[in-house]
Design a protein around this ligand. Structure first.
Ligand code: ZN
Length: 444
C-alpha cells in the first residue's frame, strides 16, 4: 500500500531538494527512499563534513528507485543483498560526479552481484529495462570494499561497525558513530534465529541517539519459526509419500534455508534445486562465517540434486520428489515449467514459503487459484499451502528491539504502516518516534 504519491517520472531524473546543513555538529538526514513503504531504502546522513547513504535499493513491485541525492555522496553502505536495499547502486554510481565508495560484507557483495545482474535480465524480459547495464554493475563490484562483522571502518571521520542482523547470510545492522552521536541503522533484521542464520546481535548497544528501524511487520505478529518450519517439512513429506511432487517456488536467497529445514526433519526422498536458488545456495556455502551452521548446510547440499539442464528438468518430474525452484514470485523462472506437471495432479502440491508481493503471479494464484502469466492461464487443481517463513522481525520482535535498546529517538522506515507504529511507540513506550515521508529532511 502506498501512503503517498509516487514519482511518475524516471527515477534517474528525480532529485531531492538541495540541503545545506546549518550547524556542523548536527546530522542532517535526507529521506530519499524506503519511507512509508517497503522497498527502495536510501537514508542519507550528512554532518556537514562527511556524507553517505545507507543503502540504495529499488521497489521490487514498481521498479522505482530512491530520489537521487542533489549533492554527491562519498559512499554507500549496503546492509544486505536484497534488491530493495542494493538494487539502484549502479544508478547512483552513474549519477555521481564523485567516485562512489561501496561498503558491505562479502556475502552481501556476492548476493548483490547475483540479484543485480538478474534485475537487468528480468527488466529486459518484462520490457521495463533498468537504467544501467552490466558494465555499471561491474564498476560497482570492482569498487566494493568488503567488511566483516564487528570490524569498524571509516567514511571520513564517521565510524561504522557491522553487526549480524539475522536476516539473510551477510546481513548487517550498522552502528554509526558520527558528529558525537550514536545511530543504529537496522536494515532488515530478525531476532529469532532461523535454520540459515543466527538472530540479530544488537543487545550491547547503549545510549543510542537514534534508532532507524525497519517496520515491515509492524502490524502483524509472526508464528514461532520452529512451528512453521515443522509444519512446512511435514507437508512436503506428506505430499511426496502419497506419490506426488511437492513444488516449492522460492526466492533465490531462501533456497538454502528450505533445504536445511527439510534436512533437519529427515528427508528420504530426492530434493531438487533449480534456477537462481542453486547459485544462492552455493554463495551461502562459500560464506560459512555468515551462516548459523555450515555443517548442516553441507549435509543438506549432499542430499540435494542441482538441476542444470532442460533435459534433467524433464526427467525430475517423472517420480515423486520435492523441487525448490525460482522464481519466488512465480512470474518466471523454472517454476513456470514445473507447474505444468503438478497443477492438475491431486497427489501433488504447490507449497509457497513466504509473502507473495501484490501484483505478482504468485499473489494472484494465492488469491484466485489461477496461475496466469503471458504464456499460460491454468486453473490450479492440486492443493496449495502457504507457510510464512519470513526472514523479517515480526511485530513482537520489533517492539522487543525498541524496549531493549530504549533509544532517545526512533525513525520508522521500510513499512506500509510506519506512521501508525511510530504513534504506538510514542503512546505505549513514551519514546520520541517519527515516520517521515519520502523527500523529508530531518535534523538530529
Ligand atoms: Zn531484505
Amino acid at each position: 500500500m502506498k501512503t503517498q504519491k509516487k514519482i511518475t517520472r524516471k527515477p534517474s531524473l528525480a532529485r531531492a531538494k538541495k540541503v545545506t546543513p546549518k550547524n556542523k555538529s548536527k546530522i542532517t538526514i535526507e529521506c530519499n527512499g524506503g519511507f512509508r513503504e517497503v522497498g527502495n531504502n536510501a537514508v542519507i546522513l550528512d554532518d556537514g563534513k562527511d556524507r553517505f547513504t545507507m543503502e540504495f535499493g529499488f521497489n521490487v513491485s514498481d521498479g522505482i528507485g530512491p530520489l537521487i541525492p542533489e549533492k554527491d555522496v562519498d559512499a554507500v553502505v549496503i546492509c544486505h543483498g536484497h534488491l530493495d536495499h542494493c538494487g539502484s547502486i549502479p544508478e547512483l554510481w552513474n549519477a555521481q560526479k564523485k567516485k562512489l565508495k561501496v561498503f558491505g560484507t562479502q556475502a552481501t557483495k556476492d548476493l548483490a552481484e547475483l540479484v543485480l545482474y538478474d534485475s537487468v535480465k528480468v527488466g529486459k524480459l518484462k520490457d521495463k529495462p533498468r537504467n544501467f547495464g552490466k558494465s555499471d554493475i561491474k564498476s560497482v563490484l570492482n569498487n566494493w570494499k568488503t567488511i566483516g562483522y564487528k570490524k569498524p571502518f571509516k567514511i571520513g571521520d564517521a565510524k561504522i561497525t557491522f553487526h549480524d542482523a539475522g536476516h539473510i547470510p551477510g546481513s548487517a545492522m550498522a552502528f554509526i558513530e558520527m558528529a558525537g552521536k550514536k545511530i543504529l541503522y537496522t536494515s532488515d533484521f530478525k531476532i529469532e534465529p532461523t535454520q540459515l542464520v543466527n538472530g540479530a546481535d544488537y543487545k550491547k548497544f547503549k545510549d543510542l541517539d537514534l534508532l532507524i528501524m525497519e517496520t515491515t511487520y509492524s502490524s502483524r505478529a509472526l508464528d514461532k519459526r520452529n512451528k512453521i518450519e515443522k509444519a512446512f517439512a511435514e507437508k512436503v513429506k506428506e505430499t511426496v509419500k502419497q506419490g506426488g511432487i511437492a513444488l516449492i517456488p522460492s526466492f533465490a536467497i531462501r533456497a538454502p534455508e528450505l533445504i536445511m529445514i527439510l534436512e533437519k526433519y529427515g528427508i528420504d526422498f530426492p530434493i531438487y534445486v533449480d534456477g537462481m536458488g542453486r547459485t544462492a545456495t552455493e554463495i551461502s556455502a562459500k560464506n560459512p562465517k555468515f551462516i548459523r551452521n555450515s555443517v548442516q548446510l553441507k549435509n543438506a547440499m549432499k542430499k540435494t540434486i542441482l538441476v542444470k539442464s532442460h533435459e534433467q528438468r524433464k526427467q525430475v518430474t517423472k517420480k515423486p520428489c520435492a523441487i525448490v525452484t525460482t522464481g519466488g514470485s512465480m512470474d518466471g523462472g523454472p517454476v513456470a515449467h514445473y507447474i505444468k506437471y503438478v497443477y492438475a495432479d491431486p497427489k501433488s502440491a504447490l507449497i509457497t514459503a513466504g509473502y507473495q508481493i501484490p501484483g505478482t503471479a504468485g499473489r494472484y494464484l494465492l488469491d484466485t487459484g489461477r496461475y496466469v502469466t503471458e504464456a499460460v492461464d491454468l486453473k490450479v487443481k492440486c492443493p496449495m499451502y502457504n507457510f510464512e517463513l519470513s526472514s523479517h522481525a515480526g511485530r513482537d520482535e520489533l517492539l522487543q528491539l525498541v524496549k531493549d535498546l530504549r533509544p532517545k529517538k526512533v525513525m520508522c522506515i521500510h513499512g506500509a504502516h510506519c506512521q501508525r507504529f511510530a504513534m504506538e511507540l510514542k503512546s505505549q513506550l513514551s519514546i520520541d518516534a517519527i515516520a517521515p515521508k519520502q523527500g523529508a529532511v530531518v535534523e538530529l
